[in-house]
Design a protein around this ligand. Sequence first.
Ligand code: J2J
Length: 565
Amino acid sequence: MSTENAVKPEWDPANKLYPPEFERRYREAGYWTDDTFAQLLDVAASQYGSNEAVVGLNWAGSEIRWTYKEVLDRAIDIGAQLSRAGVTVRSRVLVQLPNIADFVPVVAAIFRIGAIPLFSIPAHRRDALGSFIEAAEPVAIVTVGRYGDCDHRKLMRETLLETEYRPQVLVLAEDPLEFEVLDSPTDSVSVPRHTHTVPAAAPEPTELAFLQVSGGTTGVPKLIPRSHAAYHYTLRRSVEICNVTQATRFLVVIPCAHNFAMSSPGILSVLLAGGTVVMCPDPMPSTAFELVEREKITLVSLVPPLLMLWLAMSGKSAADLSSLEVINVGGAALAAEAAARVGPTFGCTLQQVFGMAEGLVNYTRLDDRSDVIINSQGYPLSPADEIKILNEDGTPTTEGEPGVLWTRGPYTIRGYLGGVGADSFDEEGFYCPGDIVRRLPSGHLRVEGRISDHINRAGEKISAEEIENHIVALPQVVDAAVVGVTDPRLGERSCAFIVAQPGKVISHSEINGYLRDRGLANYKIPDQTIVREHFPVTGVGKLSRRALRKELASIAEDQELGLRT
Ligand code: J2J
């Protein structure tokens, strides 16, 4: 990516998120409507009042089943408390909640009073939270007490000690919110309730609706300003493309505030269509399988490492998974070999989704041919999504050849909050997520990797994904990740990290013999193989290549120092 392209937009992206001529264009074409998230739940409750909206555990671990009407009542209650806590129209509220039922009414409440949620996920810690607070200056934080292995109350205290800002910290409780008193180590007080109902706010559809968090692999995440009109469009399209209806029962296994879980098609599309959101309290396949059976789940969104576990565990589970209609997989590269096993294993349709919190979402369509679904990551959600596939020097690649993806369209951002990361945008407003893609003759995109995922072994370029794809076809393998490490002789050499099926052993020479049999060139054969019980993952559960590279570099260093052989 070249920084020469970096330009500062002449409009203020914090207030006007798109240039006026594009705003006009997207409105005229009907992509943008007057719908806003402030009315989302009021509209849904008037249409689907008695439908089951949310199922899951609440903050206290109690089983919850709320209808649309009940979620709205709760959102009104929480909204009133937020108002008492000083949250007004356009003020920002940092939300850090695990996959609990309360997430839905909390988010609906923030939207309803016209405030702007900032969606953090439970894995975010002091460095990320502190940077969000400094960049977004929220007036309040909504979180939970202890959940899993994290005391979020304590985490917020510690985070705020390191910043100059003093947002109100509101912790979910019976009330349903209580103030956290920051100067005292233990106190919290309940937030007095309003006696009257606050009407739903009426923001401009083109205004900032919420802040998402970038999945960026370097530094702390950047904040992504998404507007009502642009995001609402992605939801309406996702409802159509993913065939979300009142009968949809969607299991949320990945962190609920992640853009994928929110919108592709995600929680918000399900709420738009009157379906049911079922919160899975932990990502273990056994927990999810139980819920699929009990709640007759029809749709689930998974990141590839989770899908690999589902594939490995399905034969060992007695749970009835036959209600599943679609498994939606995205967030990172899915090996075609694994994709091909979804249909036969679960008896349902695989839908690949290649999306990003900054905007562009590609889906394979439910009626695409199965070889296309297995071998591609779909095509854009909108006919107005513009795609450029360029060489690293900025010239277009020959059609069908891999290149760096740049995109612009009716829901892709034109800049990050505060103008940071400007070198990811070119002078025409196209955004570069750092992915290498190729367009197939069918028009579908294939993600070939990220700019930094290619291993350069003595000048020969190796696609990590290609090798992984071969390795996961082995029956004794659950998952594989190929990464590069600096090598004094080759520049970079390759290492295959492997998760084997429980009780199975697999050796370096076995892997290499097998890859040779598959006709792989010599330079593509991994120089090293390391077997692990599981892989390090990011907060949302994607494979962390960065952690593997770090591990590999430290092994190499030890070897150089003679500490390891
Ligand atoms: C390969 N890489 C993929 C895929 C995302 C839907 C789905 C995912 C996200 C998401 C999302 C990929 N194959 N199928 O927001 O709405 C990698 C790319 C991309 C980055 C974005 C959604 N699907 N990726 O994962 O903002 O590298 O969003 O640029 O977290 O994930 O990450 P993030």
